[in-house]
Write a protein that binds this ligand. Structure first.
Ligand SMILES: NC(=O)c1ccc[n+]([C@@H]2O[C@H](COP(=O)([O-])OP(=O)(O)OC[C@H]3O[C@@H](n4cnc5c(N)ncnc54)[C@H](OP(=O)(O)O)[C@@H]3O)[C@@H](O)[C@H]2O)c1
Length: 298
């Protein structure tokens, strides 16, 4: 049975990968842009779910500007918590299943080893706090919700670390990157591929099925931002890779604090879904190949 997916978001990294990959799956995807549905209007978002009557809802729109979030917590709450909660509310028990994305920034990063889903969240910035409220709102409003926490999302489009590093290298500036924050890079393509591959299972599963609840999804392998930058340059530029100078988080003051080690453990995903995310370097190689095809990484 073709799964009818209603997706909020068209321009974000994950949203675009969902749209790009959907034709390879037995799904009919309708994606709503910010013009179709601004997340500052929770009632409209909820009405649109009723109007489209899908089998599965995917929330791929979010406020993701981590530093700017510190200036406008009410707006971030509305976009990242209130509206996802309103959408989940209309999905409820008998409506569509729902997939929502969250973040490693729900953790403070002080645990010392990778976080599992049962670990107590403790956000240290506004973005993390509001994403945590969003998780709670979605999970409490809809028993058929899958919330995927992810980290360090990158792709060949939008604004992300891969593109920023390649732009800096192209400009010939010295490259100084934080070497004391650790995590797991994640390709938007892999997140989207996972959701699409599980769409029919999610649409058919009943409340109480283990596929619902909170899960971590990240590509395999932990690195620092400096290690990630070096991987990007090695992949894209080979022997022309610039030297990356290590700096500490304290050397790069930012409005929002970041967790030093928000690394996500993906064991639950592997146990319940039988899916093991591939190494981040393999996902990165595909992103760089896409950028080279587009002429954006030479
Ligand atoms: N990026 C990361 O490193 C990262 C890490 C952990 C978790 N996540 C989570 O993963 C999910 C997907 O992230 P992503 O990287 O794909 O995000 P992204 O590329 O930053 O895209 C965010 C999307 O949300 C839309 N949006 C923002 N404000 C909106 C509003 N008021 N109403 C409607 N749409 C709005 C944007 O539309 P416009 O193009 O019109 O602005 C854009 O399409 C999010 O839930 C995010 O919190 C991301």
């Amino acid at each position: 049975m073709t799964v009818r997916i209603l997706q909020f978001g068209t321009t974000g990294q994950v949203a675009r990968e969902m749209i790009r990959q959907a034709p390879a799956h037995d799904v009919a995807l309708t994606a709503l842009s910010r013009e179709d549905c601004d997340f500052e209007d929770p009632e409209k978002a909820a009405r649109l779910v009723n109007h489209h009557h899908p089998d599965l809802v995917v929330i791929a729109a979010a406020y993701t500007a981590v530093d700017k979030a510190e200036e406008e917590p009410e707006r971030v709450y509305e976009i990242n918590a209130e509206t996802p909660g309103a959408i989940a509310g209309v999905c409820g028990l008998n409506g569509p299943a729902i997939v929502h994305f969250s973040t490693d920034y729900v953790f403070d990063g002080d645990k010392g080893f990778p976080y599992v889903e049962e670990d107590r969240p403790h956000p240290i910035n506004v973005y993390g706090e509001m994403k945590l409220s969003g998780e709670n709102n979605v999970l409490s409003a809809c028993p058929r919700a899958l919330v995927l926490r992810t980290s360090w999302v990158v792709s060949s489009h939008g604004r992300n670390f891969v593109k920023t590093m390649l732009r800096l290298a192209g400009e010939g500036n010295p490259i100084r990157v934080v070497d004391d924050q650790f995590g797991r890079p994640t390709a938007a393509a892999d997140l989207a591929g996972f959701v699409l591959s599980q769409a029919s299972r999610l649409a058919a599963a009943k409340a109480g099925d283990p596929v619902f609840g909170l899960f971590h999804f990240a590509n395999d392998g932990e690195t620092s931002w400096k290690g990630f930058a070096e991987g990007i340059f090695a992949e894209a530029l080979g022997e022309r890779a610039p030297k990356v100078e290590a700096i500490a988080t304290a050397d790069r003051p930012a409005p929002a604090r970041r967790p030093l080690r928000g690394t996500l453990d993906t064991g639950k995903l592997e146990r319940v879904f039988g899916v093991t995310p591939r190494p981040w370097r393999a996902a990165l190689a595909e992103i760089v190949a896409d950028l080279k095809t587009e002429g954006a990484a030479a």
